[in-house]
Design a protein around this ligand. Structure first.
Ligand code: NAP
Length: 361
């Protein structure tokens, strides 16, 4: 019998769900044994349920093709067959909040890609290189839920991954004011150009709810646990504009920063290149060896050349230069459906396993 942990993917037929399935093919610790989606897909094989909707560049893994898709709403039935689940369902926020807690209450840990629980005070929202210690708040959440091993943990929004890790690496220089503009790929809306032909050659200057997430979520990541909840940091203040651009995968951010202790360019680049976290120390299976790289060329980072750095789990930075109004400006790039969605959640689950929060049932 396999020693791997049995994993269920809630919303496994969707775009993020498909990314989970692709990333978990041949994973050394986790094995996808259960897939759940809407009642429309329940009862079909995974291959039938996805039909022509497979959006990954790599083929559908053979091991999942004949899995019979379950109904996400049949919580007990899904939970009984797995050690933990990844959540990527698309329902209303209230429905997602409830169903993720329902899974947790069956003693099934939930690692979620959804935003529903990102501001639940005792739910950790984690980038494993930045705030792995926030997982400790799970003990308080379990008390609230009345569980012994069930809990919900989430990863933050895709948009912040192109600049929040960079600002973290520069913490010693005390950044206090940040202006960011993000140029976000269409896959962030679960779309390809086939589904969204109006995006060819187009820019749309609005992504619902994205600017608030981009401004506030980094502060929660930089917060600390006090009295059983995560209290967000107050600084640096961030203001953001989020723009949809005709790119399939890869969110770019153009960022201006003011520092209390203004560093030199060499200090900034060294801090990026030397930045490591627990995933690198523990050599977690999905951890990038180099979390952040600096590209010297004036025309980098480019989506076409750089988005898959470290299998989409690394952050690219370039164009670091002094600014006339702010201290420094730079351009960041990260893969929105890998580091920004499923890959970030898989790394969270690996961290949770390493910390002893996810075990065999
Ligand atoms: N795309 C991204 O990069 C990204 C990044 C961060 C967060 N997110 C969030 O992640 C979630 C999934 O996004 P996505 O792009 O993968 O969406 P998607 O492609 O539309 O997939 C949605 C999934 O949810 C299931 N579903 C839909 N309605 C349901 C219902 N009423 N009951 C149960 N299951 C239902 C679908 O099942 P059927 O196939 O049976 O309909 C499918 O498996 C969304 O909440 C989205 O906001 C997406």
């Amino acid at each position: 019998m396999s020693e791997k942990l049995k994993v269920g993917i809630l919303g496994g037929t969707g775009m993020v769900g498909q990314r989970f399935i692709s990333l978990l093919e041949n994973h050394p610790w986790f094995e996808v044994t259960t897939i759940a989606a809407s009642p429309r897909s329940a009862g079909k094989t995974y291959e039938e349920a996805v039909g022509g909707r497979w959006k990954m560049d790599t083929p559908m893994p053979e091991a999942v093709k004949n899995i019979i898709v379950k109904n996400v709403n049949e919580v007990e039935a899904v939970a009984a067959s797995v050690d933990f689940v990844f959540s990527a369902v698309d329902m209303t926020k209230e429905e997602i909040k409830k169903i993720e807690e329902d899974y947790a209450k069956t003693e099934t840990p939930v690692v979620s890609n959804n935003s529903a629980h990102r501001w639940t005070p005792d739910v950790p929202m984690v980038v494993p290189e930045i705030n792995p210690e926030h997982m400790k708040v799970i003990e308080f959440q379990k008390k609230r839920l009345g569980t012994t091993r069930g809990f919900v943990a989430v990863k933050p929004n895709c948009s912040i991954q192109s600049y929040a890790p960079v600002l973290t690496a520069w913490k010693e220089f005390e950044p206090y004011e940040v202006v960011a503009t993000t140029y976000q790929a269409i896959s962030g809306a679960g779309k390809t150009f086939k589904d969204w032909p109006e995006m060819v050659g187009n820019i749309i200057p609005y992504i619902g709810g994205e600017e608030e997430k981009s401004e506030k979520e980094p502060l929660r990541i930089w917060g600390e646990i006090k009295d059983g909840v995560i209290v967000p940091a107050a600084s640096p203040v961030i203001t953001c504009q989020c723009i949809r651009v005709p790119v399939l995968n890869g969110h770019t951010a153009a960022v201006f920063v003011k520092f209390k202790k203004k560093p030199t360019k060499e200090q900034l680049i060294a801090a990026l290149e030397n930045f490591k976290g627990v995933p690198q120390e523990l050599d977690l299976p999905s951890a990038p060896k180099q979390f952040i790289r600096y590209l010297e060329e004036d025309n980098r980072p480019q989506v076409a050349l750089d988005v898959n750095f470290e299998n989409g789990m690394g952050i690219n930075v370039g164009r670091l230069r002094e600014d006339t109004v702010y201290d420094w400006k730079f351009v960041g790039l990260s893969h929105n459906t890998v580091r920004g969605a499923a890959g970030g959640a898989v790394l969270c689950a690996e961290l949770l396993k390493a910390q002893g929060y996810i075990t065999k049932k």
